[in-house]
Ligand binder design. Structure first.
Ligand code: GLU
Ligand code: ZN
Length: 214
């Protein structure tokens, strides 16, 4: 499904993932978000977050729209996140050029091992990376299929250098842009799209509260 029209700016946005049928909690968030938009007389924007490809289910977007419509929740605009992938990609390249992200070839196992022995950090979920690949001089990557690009967070933020995307290692080694290997993280795509949308309000479920600092 393509987005309908150019992205609106402003409004209240609701961003479901088309990974299955809505449960009561999704509908609750949708309803609150819709009601807020009516109260404030702002457009209600529904943005389907379909970039987590393996989890996307064919037909789920249409089903979710139908379920919302049955409750009188009709979007003023429908956006589909994958339509903005070029923008997510362009900003990745810019972030590399600006040095605000760096390549990390640590395996999940290595990330775990580097952490054992450290006292548990305040934001345990977020503080899960040791910063192993942070030093600028460390450019020799292991031979791996894919690398993670991590955001160089200010140390005082207390937030780990979280992953913004995965690509093939060639992008780090020789700048060859293998766009097909590009997989943005939820945090990256969502922050860019929310910024570009200039929404007045974002309504999301509280199970995402831990992701807010990122
Ligand atoms: N797509 C996310 C979800 O359904 C919500 C993202 C957001 O509201 O920021 O859990
Ligand atoms: Zn690393």
């Amino acid at each position: 499904m393509k987005s309908l029209g150019a992205p609106a700016t402003g409004g209240v946005r609701f961003a479901p993932s088309p990974t299955g049928r809505f449960h009561i909690g999704n509908l609750r968030t949708a309803w609150i978000s819709y009601k807020l938009s009516r109260q404030l007389q702002l457009p209600w924007i529904v943005r389907f977050e379909d970039i987590d490809r393996p989890r996307v289910l064919a037909g789920a977007q249409e089903q979710q729209l139908a379920d919302m419509r049955a409750l009188g929740l009709v979007p003023d605009q429908v956006l589909v996140q994958s339509d903005f992938e070029e923008r997510h990609w362009q900003l990745l390249i810019r972030a590399i050029e600006d040095g605000v992200i760096y390549p990390c070839d640590c395996s999940r196992k290595e990330v775990q091992q580097a952490l054992s022995g450290l006292a548990s950090a305040p934001h345990a979920e977020l503080a899960a990376y040791s910063g192993h690949c942070r030093p600028l001089s460390r450019r020799e990557l292991k031979s791996v299929d894919s690398i993670a690009w991590r955001f160089r967070m200010p140390l005082e933020s207390g937030i780990q250098d979280f992953i913004v995307a995965r690509t093939s290692p060639q992008l780090s080694e020789n700048g060859a842009s293998d766009r097909a290997s590009f997989t943005p993280s939820y945090h990256w795509a969502c922050a860019i799209d929310d910024f570009d949308g200039r929404y007045d309000w974002i309504v999301r479920s509280s199970d995402l509260a831990h992701a807010l600092p990122l």
